[in-house]
Ligand binder design. Structure first.
Ligand code: NAD
Length: 407
């Protein structure tokens, strides 16, 4: 089974067992409410190709589906289902009025030229058609997609029929097309709040050292926020390699270099290390902010002295990694609370696109939602004597089941 689906199911299972839910409920939570699978005839790198695409609505009890669409060469139906289930839990734990959904297209976006990419998004908008909509299922960007794709999707989707508020079918749009400025830094800001809440509970000070795998939009912004707090960010990496300085890296120089197009491995700050090594260099706080399924049992063994792992990426730990970290006593803030800032930002964008009332300061609202949901999960964990993943799952499942009609 796809490791990401296995991790998502494990998280659901932890909540099911803690809440002593029955077998029928458990089975219902493991299968999606609705799913669409299509094959799109497009051109990739000048060659005709048929690519597989999915949109999976895992649970719609709490509202419209909400989740991104990823373009990735290895994505398959099970990965999309795992990510959709993760979104159901995340939206519930953040108490957003959404169910969980996700989309995926099995394509390497780097192989698409501009016109091919536009044609793929148009084909997707046509294929998704009435399966999505502002009050049915709202898409957003994910790995391999961005604001330009969302703008294009809205344009193609609105041309395909008569829709009220077609711009609300997608979030993560460019600001000119109705996107929310605060959405860009929302996931990092939410991770920052998750770390602050964890710091209070674990009596960690801002003297704790930090390592971050992934120096993209989330990892880079988070590194800056933590360095501003006074943390020594001792190791960061991207796909080109990593940089390490036990006394703390010059984060601004690294982030500036990366934003100017330099590969992290080539920036002359600290010493060079392998990408994966940054996780195991002995930092107090370890943040996987790049890849799924990267912390397995073997890697977890090397994190025995880590105080806190914060899952900025979706599903960065395999089930064996989660179990090993648990047995080593390492605290893990699961993705469903750690990276909920992104979808919270999307919620505010969607409200504006729907013409509904908006908050004056979305950036502050995003932070306060993520801080609140993390505090609730810590309180539940303390009250019931359980780990954070089980507590987050239990909080989310109670909300989902509250909204579910009995059969
Ligand atoms: P991004 O594409 O901007 O950045 C990804 C980073 O990971 C890049 O720096 C890339 O070089 C790096 N990377 C790739 N392979 C690597 C490797 N082998 N070792 C080390 N680094 C590697 O993506 P992002 O938006 O920053 O998202 C990062 C993660 O956070 C993803 O898992 C994503 O699903 C998750 N996430 C993002 C958001 C969001 O709002 N952007 C929201 C929720 C979850």
């Amino acid at each position: 089974m796809n490791p990401l689906l296995r991790t998502a199911r494990h998280t659901v299972q932890l909540g099911v067992e803690h809440l002593r839910l029955g077998e029928t409920t458990r089975r219902r939570l493991l299968v999606p409410d609705r799913e669409l699978a299509v094959h799109l005839p497009i051109r990739v790198g000048g060659e005709p190709r048929i690519v597989a695409a999915w949109r999976i609505q895992h649970d719609l009890a709490r509202g419209a589906g909400k989740g991104g669409v990823r373009f990735a060469p290895e994505v398959d139906r099970d990965e999309v289902l795992g990510l959709a289930a993760t979104m159901s839990l995340k939206n519930a734990v953040a108490d957003l009025p959404y169910g969980g959904a996700k989309g995926g297209v099995c394509v390497n976006p780097r192989e698409l030229d501009e016109d091919e990419r536009a044609a793929l998004v148009d084909a997707l908008a046509e294929a998704f058609g009435g399966f999505v909509g502002p009050e049915i299922d709202i898409i957003g960007p994910d790995v391999g997609t961005g604001p330009g794709d969302m703008d294009r999707f809205v344009a193609a989707w609105s041309a395909s029929g008569s829709h009220d508020r077609p711009e609300a079918v997608a979030t993560g749009k460019s600001v000119d097309a109705g996107g929310l400025e605060a959405r860009t830094g929302a996931t990092a800001a939410g991770c920052h709040e998750a770390i602050r809440v964890a710091r209070d509970h674990l009596d960690l000070s801002t003297g704790a050292t930090v390592a971050i795998q992934g120096f993209g939009s989330v990892g880079r912004a988070l590194a800056r926020l933590l360095a501003d707090d006074g943390h020594a960010v001792v190791a960061v990496s991207d796909s080109s390699g990593g940089r390490h300085d036990p006394d703390g890296l010059d984060v601004d120089r690294l982030a500036g270099g990366k934003e100017d197009g330099e590969a992290l491995a080539d920036i002359d700050v600290g010493s060079g290390v392998a990408s994966i090594e940054v996780l195991t260099l002995g930092a107090d706080i370890v943040v996987p902010a790049a890849l799924q399924s990267v912390i397995d049992a073997d890697l977890a063994d090397q994190l025995a002295h880590t105080a806190l792992v914060v899952e900025a990426a979706n599903g960065p730990c395999t089930v064996s990694g989660i179990e090993r970290l648990g047995s080593l006593g390492v605290t893990v803030v699961p993705d469903i609370c750690a990276n909920a800032g992104g979808v919270t930002g999307s919620y505010h964008e969607w409200r504006a696109s729907m013409g509904r009332s908006t908050v004056d300061d979305p950036a502050a609202a995003i932070r306060s939602t993520v801080a609140r949901c993390n505090r609730e999960v810590w309180e539940r964990a303390d009250r019931d004597g359980i780990d954070l993943r089980t507590a987050a799952s239990a909080v989310a499942l109670e909300r989902i089941l509250d909204a579910t009609s009995e059969v």
